[in-house]
Every structure is written in structure tokens, then in C-alpha cells.
Design a protein around this ligand. Sequence first.
Ligand code: CLF
Ligand code: SF4
Length: 296
Amino acid sequence: VGHLLNATVKTKIETHPCYSKQAHQYARLHLPVAPACNIQCNYCNRKFDCSNESRPGVVSKLLDVPQAIKRFTSVKSKLANLSVVGIAGPGDALANPDATFQTLKEIKRISPETQLCISTNGLALEEHVDTLKNLGVEHLTITINCIDPEIGAQIYPWVFYHHKRLRGIQASEVLISRQLAGLKAASKAGMLVKINTVLMPGINDEHIETLAKSLKANGALLHNIMPLIAEKEHGTFFGINEHPAPTDNDIQQAQSVSSVHMAQMTHCKQCRADAVGLLDDDQSKLFQQPDRYRIA
Ligand code: CLF
Ligand code: SF4
């Protein structure tokens, strides 16, 4: 994407390890302050991190806002190359707006040069775009798995929107229309929007071209196609416990189909909601949090 962008945007991409493979020397820190979620994905059983962005099968230790700030200051003092702070769960950043916004606001106050990043399923995005913009969030990821509600109905059993639990096709219609409206609004506001798509063989693998075209048309910058992690404990696809994971070849094929329309991210590590350090060398173990932060 480099040649199409102005200098400021270029710098923001070149110092963010997820947006640019060449930025691998920069570290990111995830602060797990967002436990709740406003939708249900069939590949997620809620005992683990949000599989939209983070590594499923891992339970991150939840932090409250003061604990998160403390963690940021401590990590920042030890990692000179820390360039990005992200909120990626363990649920959805925007289903926990108070904790997410308070954390981001405080980090920007104490460290204006830190780039802020969030990851969301997009259901509650459009209404929060102005707030995110004002807080200084410039990197935003939305997980969009399809734009066809019939496909969506196989992925999302329910969506909780405006105090109502929606199910079936209706749930997906609302989710998809909110995701695209959020994407449009965020890119219009100048945010660098990356889309994560979980590739699910037999569900959305034939849909990648249609999806990529629409993402492009709505202003997305980058497409990150990630494999479904198909182990029993992560979810209950169709009420059964397992669904086939895509092969490396399936992923490459989907990336090549999407690449006609969208720039690709191909170095995603599907990291934890409490990840810290370089993408290639996660240092969460070095920066372990006390056990009393652990969620039950
Ligand atoms: Fe974190 Fe995500 Fe921001 Fe990166 S991760 S919130 S954009 S700072 Fe990166 Fe990790 Fe892949 Fe995410 S490698 S899971 S894409
Ligand atoms: Fe789970 Fe994330 Fe889907 Fe919410 S958006 S149900 S936390 S995978």
C-alpha cells in the first residue's frame, strides 16, 4: 500500500508491527480490559480470548483500568521499542466502552507518542467513531467474516443490539450492516482500518472475493485472513464440537483472491489479549501479571 499513501500515514504504518511486516522491530502491548461481548460467534465459547483478534485457547488475566495503566508504565519503562498499545479483548473492546476509553485516554495523556489500536467485531463501532477519533485512536481492526446474512447465520447464533437479542438471519443482517457502516465512518474519519476475516472452510471460503470488493469499496486499508482454529474447546460449530481448519494452502488461495482488491497482511500471529513484545517473540511470560488479576 506504501506508494499510495501520504507521508504521515506512511509513518503510522511503518511503526506499527501489524500494519507493516517491515515494522517487526516495534513492540505492541495488549491490555485485557474488555471482558464482555455483544455477539456470539460459533467458534468462540467465551472461556477464552476473543478469537477475532487474539489467540483462542488462552485465558488472559483481566485488568481493571488502574492495573492496565500500571502495566503500561512498567512495560514501557522496560521496552524502548514499544510503539503500540492495543485493546483486543478478551471480549470486544467496544462492548466495554468505559474501560476501553478510560484506558486509552490515560495512556495518551501520559504518553502522547504511543499509537493506540483497537480491535472490534464492529457492532458498536459507528456510534463510537467520534470518541475514538478524539481519543487519538488511529489504528482500528474490524473482524468481518462475510457480508451475506445467509452465511452470517451460520457463524453468529445471536447478536445483542439496542437491548434486544436478535437471532438467525436478522442477527446477521444487523451485524453486517453495522460493520459496514462502522468501517465507512472510521475510514472517512481518517483511521487506518484493517479487516480480520476468519477463514472457515465450507462457510465463507467461496465468499472472499465478494467480501474483499466490498471492504475496498467501504474504505478498508488492509485485509488479514486468519485460519479458524478448529479445536474442540474453542467453540461449538453447528452444535458439534469440531469444524475443519483451513490448510496453509487454503489461506494462501484466499489471500490471493482477496489481493486483487485489497492489500494483504500475511504475518499475523493471532496473539493473546495480553500479548506484549515483538510479534515474532512474544514476551508475555517475561511480564507476567500477578495471579490475583486472573478472572475466575
Ligand atoms: Fe494488537 Fe491487533 Fe492492534 Fe496488532 S495484534 S490490536 S492490530 S496491536 Fe496483529 Fe496480533 Fe494479528 Fe492482531 S499479529 S492478532 S493483527
Ligand atoms: Fe467471542 Fe470475539 Fe466473537 Fe465475541 S467477537 S463471540 S469474544 S470471538
